[in-house]
Design a protein around this ligand. Structure first.
Ligand code: ZN
Ligand code: ZN
Ligand code: ZN
Length: 358
């Protein structure tokens, strides 16, 4: 158990008047325990109150969990089901207000609601998001290693970019390059007109000379995620392409220029959006400027023009403006940045210029 984090979580529980925190296997669990049990349809909870901590674990995983955590474990077997063990685990804790993991399964929430009929339920992110948003030095190191791994994925993908190769070929090469240092989280390859869809699903379309390829790649290393987008062009980039790429690059720089502690996050989004609007493409920038990342690939803070939360040192989020021209092409450039007093730290080492494949 990460005792320092547990203390801070308990501080939040008392601040917010929450009696009990119920976390399924996943990122919040990992944040507190340094590991997370396998996640399946069986109910498995970490139960944290100001005084106690306990685990509800299906019997088949009990020995494994006990190896990581020295806390009381309530087990059940597949035939009997979790209700009785859950009742025992809940007996000793107050439960007027219970925070449950945001991605707790609906059937497990219904199980809890049946056991705790008078309880008010809230989401666990109210407790954990402010803590997880500010990364400690160990977390920043893991994020740097993860970013380096994603960079390697982009470089691997570029080597597979030639006319006739399919998007899937390119994605496979990215994943292979990432696997040498971590796990591939996603490898999104969008060629030509497909790049106009911000979340295109990689297909068997063959790359063609005279068009761009959007590479959006993420890895997970020691639990921590990375997320980078770079643009490749097969052949000499057209004037139209260079214009759009130049606007997106300027938007990235404007966003970076707005990043310092104390500034509302909204300013980062506004800075990027202003550049794209002035170039005449306001309605073609169809998503927020970025999202936090850490143990989850998307987590708070959300970089929107409505988020007035002030930036703080140690926050980590993406800056990823894009311009999407349906039927033509799209350009997105994505960096992961860390907020420091002296300005943003950009985790990727790769330049953002179009990567030209002759
Ligand atoms: Zn995304
Ligand atoms: Zn991305
Ligand atoms: Zn992203």
């Amino acid at each position: 158990m990460r005792e320092d984090r547990l203390e801070r979580v308990r501080g939040r529980l008392s601040e917010l008047g929450i009696d009990l925190l119920v976390l399924p296997p996943g990122e919040d669990f990992f944040y507190l325990a340094g590991f997370s049990p396998m996640r399946d349809e069986r109910a498995c909870f970490m139960l944290v109150s100001s005084e106690r901590i306990a685990l509800l674990v299906p019997r088949l995983n009990a020995d494994q969990v006990a190896r990581h955590l020295d806390v009381p474990v309530f087990t059940y077997d597949d035939a009997e089901g979790p209700a009785g063990a859950l009742r025992d685990a809940l007996r000793v804790v107050p439960q007027a207000v219970v925070a449950v993991g945001d991605d707790l399964r609906a059937d497990h929430l219904l199980l809890l609601q049946e056991e705790l009929p008078g309880t008010r339920f809230v989401v666990a992110s109210t407790v954990l998001a402010p803590l997880r948003m500010r990364k400690d030095p160990d977390e920043l190191d893991a994020l740097r290693r993860s970013a380096a791994t994603a960079d390697a994925g982009v470089l691997g993908a570029v080597q597979a970019c030639w006319p006739g190769a399919t998007e899937r070929d390119v994605a496979t090469r990215a994943a292979q390059a990432i696997h040498r240092a971590g796990a591939a989280l996603f490898t999104l390859v969008a060629s030509g007109p497909h790049s106009a869809f911000p979340h295109h699903e990689t297909t068997d379309r063959a790359l063609q000379r005279g068009e761009p390829v959007l590479l959006d790649v993420g890895a997970r290393v020691d639990g921590y995620c990375s997320d980078i987008t770079r643009m490749v062009f097969l052949g000499e980039p057209t004037a139209r392409y260079r214009e759009i790429h130049g606007v997106v690059e300027e938007a990235v720089r404007a966003a970076h220029g707005a990043i310092r502690p104390g500034v509302p996050i909204a300013e980062v989004d506004r800075a990027a959006r202003r550049v794209i609007a002035q170039a005449g493409y306001a309605d073609r920038f169809v998503h927020r400027t970025g999202h936090g990342l850490g143990l989850s690939p998307h987590e708070p803070p959300s970089v929107t023009h409505t988020n007035l939360l002030p930036l703080e040192e140690g926050m980590v989020f993406t800056v990823e403006p894009g311009i999407y021209l349906p039927g033509e092409f799209g350009v997105r450039l994505e960096e992961v940045v860390v907020v420091h007093a002296h300005g943003p730290e950009i985790l990727s080492r790769l330049p953002r210029d179009p990567i030209v494949v002759p």
